[in-house]
Design a protein around this ligand. Sequence first.
Ligand code: ADP
Ligand code: AMP
Length: 217
Amino acid sequence: MGICMKIIMLGAPGAGKGTQAKLIADKYGIPHISTGDIFRANIKNGTALGMEAKSYMDQGLLVPDELTVKILLDRVAQEDCKKGYVLDGFPRTIPQAEVLDKELDKLHDQIDHAIDVDVPDENIIKRMSGRRACVSCGATYHIEYIKPQREGVCDECGQELVLRDDDRPETVGRRLDVYHEQTQPLIDFYGQKGILKTVDGTQDMQDVFHAIVKILE
Ligand code: ADP
Ligand code: AMP
């Protein structure tokens, strides 16, 4: 399909933004852009950006806006983003959202949909503590809900699956606090712009996806 769509995924850490963003990107042939994935790739490659980001991520804190905005704007300026994109984990603060708006404005462009994947805090703890991510390609599974074919092994590339450092129980609580304080206000922000759509993220992965496709079409 050749539709140009710019989509933002909202929701708590562990709500399923990445899982859904990947399905959307595959179905509509648009890039899936995760600032968390970009930071993790930098950490893996030992870059200066990665070192700086890691010091915040491991504490469950947000990476400063200035740094995050720069990497995001560089990424969306690339050629493949001309056909649209799905942003997963950006924006996470009001100032980030405002910069994105301003940049799009300059191009006479705008975000089409902000999709809030709504999952209550009680479910989030279980989602994050059971999440396993591939050390190599970043694909994500869940030990109970979305199992790989072979335990501990990535279906896509055969590499090892691990618990992310920031998914340890002592960090999860902090990340949820940070979400409520700094990120949740974006729900009102996009609500006021009239582009907010909410889906019940407690459903099965495929049911959540069907709800999203219905919104997009
Ligand atoms: P986010 O990108 O919002 O942090 P993920 O997409 O990584 O969240 O999902 C968090 C965890 O929950 C992962 O382990 C994922 O496999 C699992 N998960 C995602 N969607 C669902 C769902 N609808 N039902 C159950 N588990 C899910
Ligand atoms: P994620 O993979 O989306 O769960 O992100 C993992 C971590 O990366 C977050 O807990 C933050 O520390 C950092 N991060 C990712 N995206 C952003 C963002 N837009 N703003 C600030 N920090 C971010």
